[in-house]
Ligand binder design. Structure first.
Ligand code: SF4
Length: 367
């Protein structure tokens, strides 16, 4: 079986070339073709000698996840169903803003975290994605927009990566790290680390390491105390709030420069949406620099919660904002193509069945 080159670190690619008896600069050339030019066919890599291209073709593949379907929203959101070599699928969304746009990518097929407000959490965890499959989602998105070779930072359309799709990124940390280092590399995809955000449900042990990578952090907080969080997010039993908050403090200590943490907060009727919860929340984050992102709950059939009323949501936001916290209520994107948070469905579920998911999808999604 041929070996996949997408997802190998720069050092590993160099090792591969050395093992073939090639000079290290061959790895550099290949890297450029794969990640700057976006080529998947060795025959197109014309700076390499023909016999070498033919040899590569017998040993390796360069592949991007296959785009099965593509849908476009009137607001510019684009959603893809992507498939990996073994037939497993994830959805991927591009969310445009005025001068940039973020591609939301996944790190696992299914999720083991079991957050009670998330339909993905009711789907069986199938497997971790490889580093190549993680970064490959962004590359397929670029294929879709024809954004090759890598444009300058100012002119590109797909400028940001948000790791907020299916799965818990920090439960697949090594592959995530390799994928992000590939995405950041200036000779290839060249996504600035400042334009990458990783969202976690609260797997605290790896949070400080995100500061070492230089990427932004979003935390799916969703509760102001352990009692509520234990009920809606099982991860809290392993990493209770005091451990999570300490990890966030360590993340901010390690960051090179001032870095706000986005605290995601899905509002659930009578569970966590009362004024006393807002007060408690502000005390909880004391000592951290945070901004809140308030998320209206999108219900699904059989969901154990109801959405908070608009009044309750705005009352909650007002309490935080009157205490100098940024606390916008997230607006939905791509509703007409079911790409808004909680509206995504997978054509083929993780177990191969047709199902609906409440899957985090965009920059402000719930994890
Ligand atoms: S919110 Fe995120 S971490 Fe929680 S179950 Fe859903 S996909 Fe998993």
């Amino acid at each position: 079986m041929k070996k996949e080159l997408v997802g190998l670190s720069k050092a590993d690619l160099q090792q591969e070339m050395l093992a073939l008896g090639e000079k290290p600069f061959r790895a550099k050339q290949l890297w450029h073709w794969i990640y700057n030019k976006g080529k998947t066919n060795f025959a197109d890599m014309t700076t390499l000698a023909k016999p070498f291209r033919e040899e590569l073709d017998t040993l390796y593949t360069v592949s991007h996840p296959k785009i099965i379907t593509e849908q476009n929203s009137v607001d510019g959101t684009r959603k893809w169903l992507m498939e990996f070599a073994d037939g497993k699928q994830v959805e991927c969304v591009y969310i445009p803003e005025a001068d940039r746009g973020a591609v939301c990518i996944s790190t696992q097929v299914g999720c083991a975290q079991g957050c009670k407000f998330c339909h993905t959490g009711t789907q069986r965890m199938m497997r971790n994605l490889t580093a190549g499959e993680i970064v490959g989602q962004f590359m397929s998105a670029r294929d879709s927009y024809g954004e090759w070779p890598t444009p300058t930072d100012e002119t590109r359309y797909l400028s940001n990566i948000v790791v907020m799709g299916m799965g818990e990124p920090l439960c697949n940390f090594e592959n995530l790290k390799t994928a992000l280092l590939i995405a950041m590399d200036g000779d290839g995809l060249a996504i600035s680390k400042r334009r990458i955000t990783v969202s976690t449900s609260g797997v605290a042990n790896h949070i400080p390491e995100l500061a070492d990578l230089g990427v932004k952090l979003a935390v799916s907080l969703h509760a102001p105390n352990n009692e509520i969080r234990d009920k809606i997010m099982p991860v809290n039993r392993k990493f209770p709030l005091e451990v999570l908050i300490e990890a966030c403090k360590e993340y901010q200590r390690r960051c090179e420069r001032r870095q706000f943490i986005t605290m995601e907060y899905v509002l659930l009727k009578d569970i966590n949406d009362q004024p006393k919860h807002a007060e408690e929340l502000m005390k909880l984050v004391d000592g951290l620099e945070v901004k809140f992102n308030l998320i209206p709950f999108h219900s699904w059939e059989g969901a154990p919660f109801e959405a908070s009323s608009n009044n309750a949501i705005h009352r909650f936001s007002k309490i935080l904002e009157s205490n100098w916290f940024a606390a916008p209520v997230r607006r939905s994107r791509g509703e007409d193509i079911m790409a808004a948070c909680g509206q995504l469905k997978s054509a083929k579920g993780t177990d191969g069945t047709v199902s609906r998911t409440q899957r985090p999808t965009n920059e402000s999604t719930e994890k």
